[in-house]
Design a protein around this ligand. Structure first.
Ligand SMILES: [Zn+2]
Ligand SMILES: [Zn+2]
Length: 242
């Protein structure tokens, strides 16, 4: 399979995982409890992939601008998820009093959509460089997609929106992910900016969005799952055929 079709197929798989996360929330599925393992495992894996693969590859592509672009990616997500939006965190939205207006939930959706667009840019950029990088970034993105769709659906319900609005918003995040993959495939030269930018976004999502949710859990089990995510990265690197 060519990189183009592989990246689009895996982008579609990641997009479906957003939707599946929304379905878990709307159906009040008991298996949603397992999502916290994805959050912890995903955080460790994403951090390792961003620091050890995405940042060095980004530096190789644009030695001069990559460090600044990583910082811009990090700060950009903070701006969109936490400054323009009055309240956002991963996991189920339980602070209903802060969601008196539906507008709040739509601003959360738009903030998250910018991040999911860069999930797609990351997958597309990875495959523009090598199959190994593309696969590693896909795994990093996939691991946090279920919790991401779950989160946005719960924000919609907490904002008083309907169940179908909740599902549509999860689908919208999937669509923006796919749009990011498509954009890099249409404009492959943008990978020079896209990879370091999405490295910054990935570091943000791992260390600033997901790790606080891991730390919220009592006991050390979740912290250990986070480290397991880092270990899984090294195992994949060892076993990789690329
Ligand atoms: Zn909340
Ligand atoms: Zn994401």
């Amino acid at each position: 399979m060519t990189s183009l079709w592989l990246s689009l197929t895996l982008g579609a798989v990641a997009a479906l995982a957003d939707y599946a996360g929304g379905v878990l929330l709307v159906r009040r599925s008991p298996s949603a409890r397992a999502l916290r393992y994805f959050v912890a495992l995903g955080a460790g894996f994403m951090l390792a992939a961003a620091v050890l693969e995405m940042v060095p590859e980004g530096l190789a592509l644009s030695p001069r601008w990559a460090p600044l672009l990583v910082l811009v990616g990090y700060c950009g997500v903070h701006l969109l998820e936490h400054t323009l939006v009055p309240h956002f965190h991963f996991g189920e939205e339980t602070h209903h009093h802060e969601f008196l207006s539906a507008r709040t939930s739509y601003s959360v959706l738009l903030g998250l959509a910018a991040h999911t667009f860069f999930d797609g840019i990351a997958i597309g950029s990875g495959f523009a460089i090598s199959h190994w990088l593309g696969w590693i970034i896909f795994v990093a993105v996939f691991l946090h997609k279920l919790p991401e769709g779950f989160t946005v659906a719960s924000v919609m319900l907490a904002g008083g929106r309907s169940r179908s609005a909740a599902l549509n918003s999860a689908m919208f995040l999937g669509a923006t992910t796919l749009a990011g993959v498509l954009l890099i495939n249409l404009q492959p030269s943008w990978v020079r900016a896209g990879l370091p930018l999405s490295a910054g976004v990935t570091i943000y999502v791992a260390a600033t969005d997901l790790v606080p949710e891991v730390n919220r859990e009592p006991g050390i089990r979740m912290a250990l799952v986070f480290f397991a995510g880092v270990v899984v990265f090294f195992l994949l690197k060892l076993l990789s055929p690329f």
